[in-house]
Every structure is written in structure tokens, then in C-alpha cells.
Design a binder for this molecule. Sequence first.
Ligand code: NDP
Length: 282
Amino acid sequence: MIISGKEISTKIKDQLKEEVEQMKNKYDRLPKLAVILVGENQASQVYVRNKERGCSYVGMDSLKITHDATFSEEELLNEIKQLNEDDTVDGILVQLPLPDHINEDKVLEAIDPSKDVDGFHPENVAKLFLGQKSLVPCTPKGMMVLLDEINYDLTGKEVVVVGRSNIVGKPVSLLCLQKNATVTIAHSKTKDLKEVCQRADVLIAAVGRAKMINRDYVKEGAVVLDVGINRDENNKLCGDVDFEDVKDKVYAITPVPGGIGPMTITMLLHNTLEAFYHHQGE
Ligand code: NDP
């Protein structure tokens, strides 16, 4: 089974669109996402544009704020403070990476946790760790929705997550644990990675190395979620998994592009809606 994140995300966005449409009669304002971009990173510009498009698709308000790479840390912190105090703003997202002279941790900590739609603020990270309700990072949240969509029950399953980043590997591991999976987190220092991966009922690849996971890493009938976004030898977009090599061996797999990627933005919209309801006292 090829899990089409593209189709599933469109379905969810259409549901969100309907929800936003109905909000117009119930509330005096619409959910609003503020996205801040500092510098000229091309990939970031594409991501920000896609986020804006997502907002407009579902009918939410968005505010795009761009600065050139010389914008100072102090100015950025001040801007975040203003957005924190602005009652019409539900979500604040600072596009990463930031230029070197700006401390990312400081910036993420400055965002009001109730508006932290990326789920990167230490308060939200702690809540996720504790299993409390919080704004959950978008990519991991999207993966859990995909598993739900294929009615896959994680209880008792072996999950191997390759990658231990704060934005993907660690949070998705916690979410799988919450769903009663037995979770192994692998990384660049893991010994016998192939053997570790072969144990997985669900293999999550979040590494950033083109096609490194081939069929030798994959157990027959496994579910494979491929987070990686890379370029192959022909400069074509590809994941961390060698899709063609693996696809006949698995029960289900997400393609790249069209798998996890579209879910990430949809979950950002979902988080913004959640933040809106929270700000409405619901
Ligand atoms: P990071 O670079 O932050 O983390 C990569 C992880 O992979 C690290 O934990 C690293 O280990 C591990 N790793 C690197 N090489 C190996 C190896 N040879 N064997 C085993 N583990 C290894 O990346 P991100 O988590 O931010 O992103 C991962 C990928 O997912 C990237 O391709 C990124 O573009 C993509 N991505 C896609 C998103 C989407 O929406 N689809 C969203 C976010 C990311 P160590 O910690 O030891 O260095």
C-alpha cells in the first residue's frame, strides 16, 4: 500500500476549510498564523510560501513578515513579544534555520507556548514528554495521523526511528510510545543499524541521506514512513528510503514527494486551529 500523504492531507484540509467556514458565524474573528522569515534561504522561502498557501486554502488569516539577514536578535525578540501580545494572532512560527548571529533557542523560548504552533517551545516539549495535552510538532503529528488513516494499531509493535533530532526523531518516538509501541531510537552511532531496522514493524526514517534504507534494512510486511527530503544522483527529489527497492517487501510505505511532506503543513494548520480554540477559552 502506498500511503498518499497528498490525498490524506487534502481530505483533512477540506475538513479544516469547512470548520473555518462555520467559524465565521460563531466567532468575531478567524484563526491567524504569523510566519516570520529572516534571511534569503531559498528552501525557507518555498516553505513559507507553502504555509501561506495552506492558510489561504482553508480560509485562515495569515501574516507573513520578512526581514533581510541583517535583522538583529533583539529586533526579532521584540517582534515576537508584540505578536505574543496581539490577541488576533493564534500561531507564531519562526522559519528555521535562522542566520548565525541569532540564537535559535532564545527565539523559540520567546514564543508564547500557547501560540507555538511548531511545538518547539520547551514547555510544549516537556508536556509531550509527560504525555500532557500540548501543541505537538507538525511532522511527527502528521505521521501519527497517517498511521490512524490506515487503521494501524501501534500497540505492542516494534518501532525503529532512525534519527534523533528534536523536530522529528525524538518527538515521533514519544508519540509512538504513547500509543504503546516498543520504541528504539537509532542514530549515526548506532551499531549494526541494518539488524536494528530489520526488527521494525514500523520503520521511520528521518536521517537526511538519499535512499540509504534499502530492502536489506526492512522486515517483510513492515510499515515504512520516510521523512527524508533529499536529491538523488539525478537531482530528483527522494527520501531516505530507496522506494523502488523496498516497495514490494512492505505492507505500506509513504512516497517522497507526496508522503510526509504535505502532512506537515496540514498539521501546522491544525495546530493553528487548536491554538485558536484555546485562545477562545474552549
Ligand atoms: P537532522 O540532521 O537534525 O537529524 C538527522 C539524524 O539522522 C541525526 O539524529 C543523525 O544522528 C542521524 N543520522 C545521520 N546519519 C546517519 C546514519 N548514517 N545512520 C544513522 N543515523 C544517521 O535532520 P532532521 O531530523 O531535521 O531531518 C531529517 C530529514 O527529514 C531531512 O532529510 C529533512 O530534510 C527531512 N525533514 C522532512 C520534513 C517533512 O516535512 N517531510 C520535516 C523535517 C525534516 P546523530 O544525532 O548521531 O548525528
